[in-house]
Design a protein. Structure first.
Length: 505
């Protein structure tokens, strides 16, 4: 989108009457480093595996005659075990420290695949040189040299292989927008344009650039904080939130007070903010530098969700959905035939829903209403029993006889497991809303669209009959803020009990 067009939309869009309040729904803005710590732990286990494999090869594949006694002692019971373990621990600490300096554990992960492999080799060689130097400085003549050299070679190979496998595993997830973050670049000049081109060309970084905005806009040359500037920044971040922007990259020289104002609005709207340090370095000299690919950035406000957690949730979705579809295939076929025989119309009802980050998709369910249900909805609006933007009627006259039974036991929602396999939904998550509902959302309600919608969720198992829209939103926010694999498993188990109890409607 052109810069002037985007600024025109920002200036014309009215402010939301209720901007997001950071204290609402138990919101926390803490930074999670679990993913980086997990990768460091994996590197440590990789080095241990390399040492075990090197020792096993030396013992069982043959070693020089003067070291033949190793075949009787082995690795665990050998009298060099303690010294070798200490050396390997030092090597692991060195390699992880060097890897952190080379940005092998950050979001950028060394840039493209080839550069990451080269940096991994650099880290292994640098740590290996220090290890070999230490080896000759300490009294460790009883430690076999071939095991040390074999461990270093295997460690370099296995570390590169692990990172390559990770890239291969992440590529299909990035295609499905899993772990991808929407980015907006605010700034002008060569630096902002180079950052935009870099993020777009390096897909492995996991960023989707929504646009580039001049700051200040050409028609409004503002150099300091003013009422107009405050209103402009407020509209910028609120509209960035409505466009599901996860991070704003600020790459323009300006007054430090403007940066503080931007940071305030970024926190209020739960949008990440990164500074490209070409300006106001004195203000943020004590902040850590994080590389996004080849670009250094200063993270001022984070809203990150670890990729490892998203991968675990995606794996759980695939396993559960595959098992359900395979085990219940005969039941699905029987219901499809019954729906066709019960009333005139298609077997499936496909409605357009809004998913993660505003993505539209076709939600699949067994048809439980008459074929002209949508045309008759307007005549039944006065019977709506839900408040806010929801629409629900207990004894809906449009529901067929078989449809009432399917709804009672939630059997009409079984085809949504195909939506999970297609990557549009998750097994557990907020209910996928209609586009007409999202149009009436306030800014704070958009938080529930930051995650994948689900077949079941906290609201479905805890307050399914509650007509309050605020309760509905509050439970979704509670789920998002407290998500874990264990919570998903508990909701799934409770959903099974709810289904057999026949509390659907």
């Amino acid at each position: 989108m052109a810069t002037t067009e985007l600024w025109q939309q920002i200036s014309e869009k009215p402010l939301s009457p209720k901007p997001w309040r950071a204290s609402q729904a138990g919101v926390s803005l803490h930074v999670s480093g679990r993913e980086s710590k997990l990768e460091m732990a994996l590197d440590g286990f990789t080095i241990l595996a390399a040492a075990v494999l090197a020792n096993w090869y030396m013992v069982h594949a043959g070693i020089p005659g003067n070291l033949g006694w190793l075949k009787q002692t082995g690795f665990i019971y050998g009298h060099y075990f303690g010294t070798l373990s200490a050396l390997l621990l030092c090597f692991s600490i060195l390699l992880i420290s060097i890897g952190r300096r080379l940005n092998l554990y950050g979001r950028g992960r060394g840039g493209n695949i080839l550069n990451e492999q080269w940096l991994s080799l650099q880290a292994c060689v640098a740590a290996g040189i220090i290890l070999v130097g230490t080896f000759y400085l300490v009294p460790a003549e009883h430690v076999p040299r071939p095991i040390i050299l074999g461990t270093l070679g295997l460690a370099a190979f296995l570390l590169c292989l692990r990172r390559l496998i990770y890239r291969v595993m992440m590529r299909p997830l990035l295609i499905q927008q899993i772990g991808v973050r929407n980015a907006l670049i605010v700034g002008s000049g060569a630096a902002a344009e180079a950052l935009r081109d870099h993020l777009r060309s390096s897909r492995d970084l996991g960023y989707n650039v929504k646009g580039l905005v001049d700051f200040p806009p050409p028609e409004c040359q503002l150099a300091e904080v003013s009422d107009d500037m405050v209103r402009m920044l407020e509209k910028l971040f609120q509209n960035a939130r409505r466009q599901f922007v996860d991070e704003v990259f600020f790459a323009a020289p300006c007054d430090p007070e403007i940066l503080r104002e931007m940071l305030k609005h970024a926190r209020a709207n739960r949008v990440g903010l990164r500074l490209v340090p070409n300006c106001s370095e004195d203000m943020f000299w004590n902040h850590p530098i994080e590389y996004i690919g080849q670009f250094p950035t200063v993270p001022l406000n984070r809203t990150a969700v670890p990729r490892a957690a998203q991968m675990a949730k995606h794996a759980l979705d695939m396993v559960v959905s595959s098992v359900v579809v395979l085990l219940l295939a005969p039941l699905l076929l029987f219901i499809a035939i019954a729906v066709k025989l019960d009333s005139h119309g298609p077997v499936f009802y496909c409605s357009e829903r809004v998913g993660k980050k505003g993505r539209r998709f076709r939600c699949i369910k067994f048809r439980t209403m008459v074929s002209d249900a949508e045309e008759r909805r307007t005549d039944l609006l006065h019977m709506n029993e839900r408040d806010g933007v929801l629409f629900k009627i207990s004894n809906d006259p449009r529901v067929t006889r078989l449809g009432r039974f399917l709804r009672k036991y939630s059997l009409d929602e079984l085809p949504q497991f195909f939506n999970v396999l297609f990557g549009d939904m998750s097994v557990v998550g907020p209910r996928p809303p209609l586009a007409s509902e999202v149009e009436e959302y306030e800014t704070d309600h958009l938080r529930r669209l930051d995650v994948m919608p689900g077949i079941t969720g906290l609201w479905q198992v805890q307050a399914r009959q509650d007509s309050s829209f605020e309760s509905y939103i509050s439970l979704d926010m509670t789920y998002i803020e407290n998500w874990s694999i264990w919570l998903d498993l508990k909701i799934i188990s409770r959903t099974i009990a709810v289904v057999f109890a026949g509390t659907g409607s």
